[in-house]
Design a protein around this ligand. Sequence first.
Ligand SMILES: *[C@@H]1O[C@H](CO)[C@@H](O)[C@H](O)[C@H]1NC(C)=O
Ligand SMILES: *[C@@H]1O[C@H](CO)[C@@H](O)[C@H](O)[C@H]1NC(C)=O
Length: 319
Amino acid sequence: MKALARLVLGLVIFDAAVTAPTLEPINYDSETYDATLEDLDDLYNYENIPIGQAEERTSIAGSREQRAPHPAPQPEEAEEEEEESTPRLIDGFSPQEPEFTRVLGPHASEDFPTCLLCTCISTTVYCDDHELDAIPPLPKNTAYFYSRFNRIKKINRNDFASLNDLRKIDLTSNLISEIDEDAFRKLPELRELILRDNKIRQLPDLPTTLTFIDISSNRLGRKGIKQEAFKDMYDLHHLYLTDNNLDHIPLPLPENLRALHLQNNNILEMHEDTFCDVKNLTYIRKALEDIRLDGNPINLSKTPQAYMCLPRLPIGSLV
Ligand SMILES: *[C@@H]1O[C@H](CO)[C@@H](O)[C@H](O)[C@H]1NC(C)=O
Ligand SMILES: *[C@@H]1O[C@H](CO)[C@@H](O)[C@H](O)[C@H]1NC(C)=O
């Protein structure tokens, strides 16, 4: 409550400053306070505040001086406006920083350096589109990591080391051509691995906890997937390997797999036991409802027995 009182007092002073531009710049003390977005909504009536000023208020309320070790330059325009009518902001936050980082700052992964560049909300780290050329250091409690549309070339052994809560990695649209063999293997909670649109030639060992794998649009080719790579992934339900120049279907397929996308590869043949069990005609692979083999030089009509156990025929050339 004391903190809230301090905040209210601060706002009253700030209000005075806005209406009386000749006032000296105010020294806000840098003690931490836990203002939430709800608190702010209660205190403000945004409708009566010009947009620029409303933004400044949010930024003051949501920040602390010591959270901004690198002063980020303010855009020129904003600076000019401030000099005219309002006291300069004491914090160094760029107004371009996403709103929630500033407002929720004290609740996120606080002073972690990566969170000053990227956006951290609770246990999620968003680093999309930041021209990164390597995986940045991540807070220990990171559960969801997005780093799409960057220029990362390699994933190193230690990039995700001891991130024991990591559940999802999304590195869509980077330049990854190399992944250390141990990069993912020891992540005990990893569920989703999305590496679409990269240049990966060789898939490393993967943890068996995975439920969703998307390595579409890479260069796995004939040797990029190891023998029995997906065999022990009991919970795997989506496996997307579109556009990879694969020349075979990676076997065996885990029993709970629901979707297998292999379109636009170089798969030439299918065997009677690829999906089904030729020795057991009562066996039904009931989970696997979505098989895509279109865009492959394969004639599915040649192996009519191969689909007996499936709930649906694969999509692909049947002529
Ligand atoms: C054949 O498949 C059915 C259904 O999956 C299973 O219950 C049965 O044990 C299998 N029989 C043999 C001989 O493997
Ligand atoms: C596909 O296989 C079927 C059955 O063997 C055959 O009749 C058909 O001509 C084949 N189609 C092509 C385009 O090779």
